[in-house]
Design a protein around this ligand. Structure first.
Ligand SMILES: Nc1ncnc2c1ncn2[C@@H]1O[C@H](COP(=O)(O)OP(=O)(O)OP(=O)(O)O)[C@@H](O)[C@H]1O
Length: 246
């Protein structure tokens, strides 16, 4: 009997494509009369639901790789597939659509709009997608509650601590229910205790929502607790190890 058939005779579904499949990716930037090779021959597969760090020294290529995964930059050569689709084949409109539907971003400096409240900041992505204010407000309240900020809905960023600002940014990234959260040094501007709290929150949201979390960092404390570490040196992957999380 064909092992791909179930007892009832129906075919089992084909295996799900990895979230990301990168083959021989390079990214070169022109720099004066020379070129800087930020990424060289990077091949990497990332499954749905993973929680992993891209690590390496300053200049090793972490942000460049994160920008490619976020579809905000293009590789110079190689193939990048997101859920099986070759992103080079998407026109700009479909790329933007894919980015806003599937990907949430978290930045080290939070990138909140200073004149908007926490609630309004979190509502923004749904507002941009054209959802009604009532729908956006209800979703934003839900996500601010998930990150423990139900008491600060109407505070502007200047009334929030660094950790609270990053929580607002996390709620804003999650409101579109993305497949993947990309975080560039999310704890770099936080003291270690607050940074630990943000990392615990990200780990628990990864478990509860199933969103893949990809975090660029050179913080050894943060690396220690990651179940998968992809290490870059001079734009190359030099190590990719999965292990039990601490
Ligand atoms: N737009 C650009 N133009 C020219 N060179 C660039 C550009 N972006 C990145 N680079 C170069 O590519 C290399 C990798 O940079 P990248 O920012 O990806 O490293 P990183 O590991 O994220 O560093 P950091 O931890 O300091 O943020 C560096 O040599 C950097 O100077």
């Amino acid at each position: 009997m064909n092992s791909h058939l179930t007892i009832s005779g129906g075919a089992t579904p084909p295996p799900r494509a990895p979230l990301y499949d990168l083959q021989a990716i390079s990214r070169t930037f022109p720099f004066g009369r020379t070129d800087v090779q930020a990424l060289r021959d990077v091949s990497l597969a990332i499954r749905h639901g993973e929680y992993l760090a891209l690590c390496g020294a300053s200049g090793s290529g972490k942000s460049t790789l994160l920008n490619l995964l976020g579809l905000i930059d293009f590789p110079t050569s190689g193939t990048l597939r997101l859920e099986g689709d070759d992103v080079a084949a998407l026109d700009e409109v479909r790329r933007a659509e894919c980015r806003s539907r599937k990907i949430g971003f978290i930045f080290q400096n939070f990138n909140l709009v200073p004149v908007l409240s926490a609630l309004e900041n979190v509502m923004l992505p749904l507002h941009i997608q054209g959802q009604s204010a009532a729908q956006a407000s209800a979703r934003a309240r839900h996500w601010l509650e998930q990150v423990g900020l139900e008491g600060q809905l109407h505070f502007r960023p200047d009334r929030l601590s660094g950790g609270q600002r990053q929580r607002v940014a996390i709620a804003r990234a999650l409101i579109t229910e993305p497949r993947v959260l990309l975080a560039d040094e999310p704890t770099a501007n936080l003291d270690s205790r607050t940074g630990d709290g943000v990392m615990e929150l990200l780990a628990s949201l990864n478990r509860s929502t199933g969103a893949t979390c990809i975090i660029a960092t050179h913080d050894p404390r943060l690396m220690e607790r990651m179940p998968r570490l992809v290490r870059l040196t001079d734009g190359r992957i030099v190590d990719d190890c999965a292990r039990e999380a601490a």
